[in-house]
Structures are given as C-alpha cells and as structure tokens.
Design a protein around this ligand. Structure first.
Ligand code: GDP
Ligand code: CA
Length: 324
C-alpha cells in the first residue's frame, strides 16, 4: 500500500514513527511531505525545523525529552554567540544541530534544491520513509500583529519569532504564507499523491503545518484529484492541543479549538475540501463534521505501538470510506 503523509514537526514525526511501524516492511515506500514554511535563516544558516524534527526522530537522533533537536546536545556555539551579543538569542541552536545547518546551507549556496539537500542528509539518518519538503521554493509563514496598544499599527514577523520569542502570546491577526502562491510542489510530491493508495494528514498543527502545505496550490489540486482516500488525525483532544500551542493558531483563522473544528476547517472532499475520513480521540466521540466519516479511537501517541494502532485505525477507516 502506497501511503503519503502530510506532516509538520513534532506531531508529524511522532506520527511517522507509527506509519513506518505499520508499513515499513512493505516494498512500497511511505512518502512524507513536510512543511517548510517554518524555515528560517539565522546567523547565516538555513534552518528547517520540521524537516529536521522528522529526520532526527526517524533516524533516532532526536532529544527525547525536549522533543526537538539532537540528543546529547551541547551549546557552546550558542553561548559564544551570546557573549558577542549576537542577535537573535531566542532560537536554540545546539552544536550538533549546527553541523546539519552548515551542510544544508553550503549545499543550498552551491545551488542544490532543498529536496536534494534533504536526500543527502537522509543518507546519514536513514529515516526509512521518503522525506520530501513540500516545495523547493522559499515559503515563510509571517504573523501579522498589532504594533501598538490601540491596534492601529501593524507589524509582520517571521513565524519563529512569534512562536518561540513571543511564545505565541502576541495577539495575531493573521498568518501569511509568503511565497506560497508562486511556489511549486517539490519534485515527487504531486506524483506521490497521484499514485497513492492512502493519504494521511498527521496530527500536526492544522494552520501553520498542514495549512501551509495546502497553501501550495499544486498540492491542493493534487489532493483534490487523487483517487486515494484522505484520512486525517486530530491534533486536538478534548478542546486543547496535546502538545504545544496549536490552540493559539486556530482562532486566528476563525476555527474552533476542537476535533470537530479542525475537521470543518479542513472540509469534506465532497464539498471541495480535504477529508474523506477523520479520526478523533475517544473523549471526542460525539464530534461530527458534514460530509466526513468520523471515528473515535485513542489518539495519544504515548509510544510507537499506540501510534501504530492509530495508523491501523486510519487504514480501516479509509477502506470503509472507499467502500461507501
Ligand atoms: P511542530 O511543527 O513541531 O509544531 O509540530 P506539528 O505541527 O507536526 O505538530 C504539533 C501538533 O501535534 C500539536 O498541535 C499537538 O496537538 C499535536 N500532537 C502532539 N502530540 C500528540 C499526540 O500524542 N496525539 C495527538 N492526537 N496529537 C498530538
Ligand atoms: Ca513546525
């Protein structure tokens, strides 16, 4: 079975561990299409947080406690930069992690597209799934915030500055995926979706991970046209994001912070939206969304076994919607 997964960083990579456990043995590769709109250039280094989370997690190089960055990390370079007073200081760049960014930046500067760089890095990490950036073009989520107390001035900042430096606490007016309109899907993305047997939407941030992937026009079109069922997994359980601050993003786009709210944001494929099926946690068993088949199963990714059970439930639901 050819499975394609749309995913962001931490939620996406944990989910992919389960997908790999279920499908990893099969001859057909799993393709993961990863958000790149969080990417940022700091200290001259090109950083791709979601691609790195996926690569490190699947390659067993992630720090398990923090959930991002490298295990056994040290912070000498960060401390030295701070001693120089070099801004920004709010982004955690570990020494081991910096090696990844140095190689990526060097290859990008030499003219290689991000997808080729990602392949090269994956030779070391052997993630066991095909990892594709959503695009080789530059797309960056910018956040528009009020710049004064009476709300008359506006300021846009990079998503990472809003998310990490301001901990998503500055009231956001909107998210703008700059560059998305003109961005082309990375090589292999449209082909993977077109020939998929199943498309899974990981329990990732619906706005700034999945939403930005969908903002690349060619990807949205490919999803609308594929004959494969599309099944999503809710990142919201009991009215709150399981880990992280996704609940800060949903109201900005007018969506309710609930499992059903995310399903409605994505929309039913029959109505021009994304989803055929939607998995919610057992605590949200009453959730419904028009035109979408909803099933309730445990959605806590405590470990790989629990996550694999979610994936099997998604496969079962896909077979049911296809049969319907
Ligand atoms: P980011 O790019 O690192 O922010 O990560 P993602 O966008 O891939 O995932 C973030 C989302 O993962 C958050 O909205 C969480 O609600 C969701 N998430 C994290 N852990 C779990 C879990 O165990 N179960 C479910 N259902 N969602 C989770
Ligand atoms: Ca992210």
């Amino acid at each position: 079975m050819r499975i394609v997964v749309l995913a962001g960083g931490i939620g996406g990579s944990r989910f992919l561990l389960g997908v790999r456990a279920v499908a990893g043995g099969s001859a057909e590769p799993v393709t993961a299409i990863i958000n790149t709109a969080d990417d940022v250039t700091l200290h001259g280094l090109r950083i791709c947080p979601d691609l790195d989370s996926v690569m490190y997690t699947l390659g067993a190089g992630i720090d398990p406690e923090r959930g991002w960055g490298r295990a056994k990390e040290t912070w000498t370079v960060r401390d030295e930069l701070a001693a120089y007073g070099a801004e920004p200081t709010w982004f955690g760049l570990g020494d081991r992690d910096i090696a990844t960014h140095l190689i990526r930046t060097r290859m990008l500067n030499a003219g290689y597209p991000l997808s080729a760089v990602t392949d090269a890095l994956a030779e070391r990490w052997r993630p066991g799934v095909r990892v594709l950036p959503m695009t080789d073009d530059r797309v960056e989520t910018h956040v528009v915030v009020a710049d004064d107390d009476n709300g008359t001035n506006r300021r846009a900042m990079h998503f990472q500055e809003w998310w990490i430096r301001h901990r998503a606490e500055l009231p956001a007016e909107k998210f703008v995926p700059t560059g998305a309109e003109d961005a082309a899907p990375a090589p292999g993305v449209v082909e993977a979706i077109a020939s998929a047997d199943l498309v899974l939407i990981a329990p990732s941030n619906p706005v700034v991970s999945i939403g930005t992937i969908l903002s690349v026009g060619g990807i949205r079109t490919a999803l609308a046209q594929t004959s494969a069922p599309v099944v999503g997994i809710s990142p919201i359980i009991g009215g709150a994001a399981v880990r992280g601050m996704a609940e800060r993003c949903l109201p900005v786009v007018g969506a309710e912070v609930s499992a059903a709210g995310v399903a409605r944001l994505y929309g039913a494929r029959r109505g021009g939206g994304l989803l055929d099926g939607w998995l919610v946690d057992e605590t949200d068993a009453g959730a419904s969304a028009e035109g979408i088949e909803v099933r309730a199963v445990p959605l806590w990714m405590h470990d790989v076994d629990a996550t694999a059970a979610m994936v099997r439930a998604a496969i079962k639901l896909a077979q049911e919607v296809r049969g319907a």
